[in-house]
Design a protein. Structure first.
Length: 186
């Protein structure tokens, strides 16, 4: 049995956008009570429109799953400043770096996600990325643009353009560094 509950819990309320680390930006559509195995659980119902996904998260698990409110405007500005910085690519094997990038993306931390966007960005005059690099870049870009879009009240396209504009300001690595990266990725 599902019943509608009061519309605010632990500082989160219905109609509010939040960040769920494993899925990105979602909208709390309701807070409901559901009986599961004889226990009554209070659940946040979170909709991730672009993924066509609805998640039900027990109110008691919010802290442990890392759900948080959207970043403040100054944190979004800091994230946009991060992507204008110089790419920092460690000289470790690609598989290890890929795991680190994946962990940053799934942390839900906007600054960590912007570091992945910065580090994996390739301008048109740079060598092609491997398939896995491209996938991680697109995943990070998607997460970052959704949050920038929600905070700055922009369309997703405008948010992507804003991030790309900031990326274009960043200093480029020389072709020598990229050649080494390509060898490591192979």
């Amino acid at each position: 049995m599902v019943t509608k509950k009061p519309q605010q819990r632990l500082g989160f309320k219905t109609g509010e956008y939040i960040v769920y680390p494993a899925h990105g930006v979602g909208l709390i559509t309701s807070i409901e009570e559901q009986e599961v195995a004889g226990l009554t659980l209070e659940l946040f119902v979170i909709s991730f429109e672009q993924d066509k996904l609805t998640l039900r998260v027990p109110v008691a698990k919010i802290k442990s799953v890392g759900m948080r409110k959207l970043a403040e405007e100054d944190e979004v500005k800091k994230a946009l400043d991060t992507v204008t910085g110089r790419a920092r690519v460690k000289r470790t094997m690609w598989s290890r770096r890929a795991q680190e990038y994946e962990a940053k993306i799934n942390s839900g931390d906007l600054i960590a996600i912007s570091e992945v966007v910065r580090d994996l960005f390739r301008s048109d005059d740079q060598p092609e990325q491997s398939y896995s690099e491209r996938q991680l870049f697109e995943q990070a870009m998607d997460r970052m643009s959704r949050e920038v879009s929600a905070v700055n009240k922009l369309t997703l396209t405008e948010a992507v353009q804003l991030i790309e504009k900031n990326l274009s300001k960043s200093p480029r690595r020389g072709p020598k560094a990229d050649a080494t990266d390509a060898e490591e990725a192979a």
